[in-house]
Design a protein around this ligand. Structure first.
Ligand code: ZN
Ligand code: ZN
Length: 421
């Protein structure tokens, strides 16, 4: 079916295709697997379809854990004393970790209202976040370390849609957000599964090309940007479908457009300006302009949200250094939408980006089982935070610099000009 016909297809039919993609392409579900599924309550129409596809594909048991914004807010407004915010459901996270160790897959439906907690007491929010991070770590490590197959899939909720389309009534905003989600997730292609196979092949070919080059650094140039990002020793480019350690090939993010790797925490020099606002815990940080010296941000400005940026950079020693650099062509469907989604799953796939904070150890060769302080010697950064912000646009160029100092054009006017394009 041609794309324009699909766009006229009912919401139900497109939801069903997204659910099918989450199970088949996102999780790559293996018959006999359990699924631990989390979702906001507004996502139930999508959740029910996912569950149906999962059982048809051979899932033994799908266990949904449903959250609700009003329930979350009630805690910040009425729970007391303050020590109550040090409590996290460790018992639940232990059970999730137990399920993963027993072979369960992890599916998260995301549709958070980015401003949900912006009016609540920041001290309580920080306290609750910290307690949750500590309690969730054993389960999260199994996910980020790819012990299991996992997937994040989006769902348009009224709270999120209001942020993306502030001038529309809720129901129209939700419809428009769904259209944008379906386009970004390639749901409207004639054969979405085949389309994802083609897309994954492109991302893998791009990674192979960049891994073959083994560049010493990337050089970004554009308005307000002249940045040299040294790459970690033995860095590895990743992107698209990946084989988890349980042998199952999954697409952890739907949508995804990026290829990404680990920069060298001590070898970043120059100036860079953000090309899109950064939505961070309910605050928009706009026109970020920073200067790096020996890998560290030594000067930081923003036209809006500068105090929040300063606070973020002061989180810990690694928060003012880079943990990720990613390349995304300006022609990506998300970039073409021209929308600010205020959701990392989308915004980081709209443009080339860098991330402050923690590095992905999977983006380093031979990193399995190697302690973090050893990986740090190769340039991997460590921090409690990982915050992506966009530095790519149609007027940004990227060169790769080889170990012998040769300069090779990689991107011009925001598009790849080398490797598979
Ligand atoms: Zn990224
Ligand atoms: Zn990132």
């Amino acid at each position: 079916m041609p794309d324009d016909m699909m766009a006229g297809t009912s919401l139900e039919a497109r939801l069903d295709r997204l659910a099918m993609l989450a199970v088949k392409v996102g999780l790559g579900l293996r018959p006999g697997q359990e699924i631990v599924l989390t979702a906001p309550i507004e996502a139930m129409p999508l959740v029910r379809r996912i569950v149906e596809h999962a059982y048809r594909a051979g899932a033994t048991l799908v266990t949904p854990l449903i959250s609700d914004d009003q329930v979350a807010l009630a805690r910040y407004r009425h729970a007391h004393p303050d020590e109550a915010f040090d409590v996290a459901p460790g018992w639940l996270f232990s059970a999730m970790a137990e399920a993963f160790k027993g072979g369960a897959a992890r599916l998260a439906v995301v549709g958070d209202d980015p401003t949900l907690l912006s009016k609540e007491d920041p001290a309580k929010v920080a306290r609750a976040n910290k307690a949750r991070s500590i309690a969730y770590r054993p389960a999260l490590e199994l996910i980020t370390g790819f012990a299991i197959n996992w997937n994040l899939v989006p769902c348009a909720t009224p709270g999120w849609a209001r942020q993306v389309f502030p001038n529309l009534p809720d129901c129209q905003a939700v419809d428009r957000l769904w259209d944008a989600i379906f386009a970004a997730c390639r749901v409207d292609a004639a054969d979405p599964v085949a389309e994802w196979a083609r897309h994954n092949a492109t991302l893998h070919a791009r990674c192979d090309f960049l891994n073959g080059k083994d560049f010493r650094e990337l050089h970004f140039r554009g308005p307000g940007t002249d940045l040299r990002v040294g790459l970690a020793d033995g860095h590895l480019w990743c992107g698209g479908a990946e084989a988890a350690k349980n042998g199952i090939v999954c697409n952890p993010n739907i949508p995804t457009e990026e290829v990404f790797t680990t920069p060298h925490a001590l070898r970043v020099e120059g100036v860079v300006r953000s090309t899109k606002p950064l939505s961070y815990q309910g605050t928009l940080i706009e026109d970020i302009a920073v200067r790096f010296e020996e890998g560290r941000i030594v000067e930081a400005n923003a036209s809006k949200g500068a105090e929040v940026l300063t606070k973020v950079l002061g989180t810990d020693e690694g928060a003012a250094r880079l943990g990720e650099v990613a390349l995304v062509p300006h022609s990506s469907p998300i970039s073409k939408s021209g929308l600010l989604f205020s959701n990392t799953l989308f915004d980081e796939n709209a443009a080339s980006h860098i991330a402050l904070g923690q590095a992905y150890t999977t983006c380093l060769r031979d990193s399995a089982g190697v302690p973090m302080d050893e990986l740090a010697k190769r340039g991997a950064n460590a921090s409690l935070i990982h915050i992506d912000w966009m530095i790519g646009s149609g007027s940004v160029e990227v060169d790769g610099v080889t170990k012998s100092g040769a300069v090779e054009p990689l991107m011009r006017a925001g598009e790849f000009v080398a490797g598979p394009v």
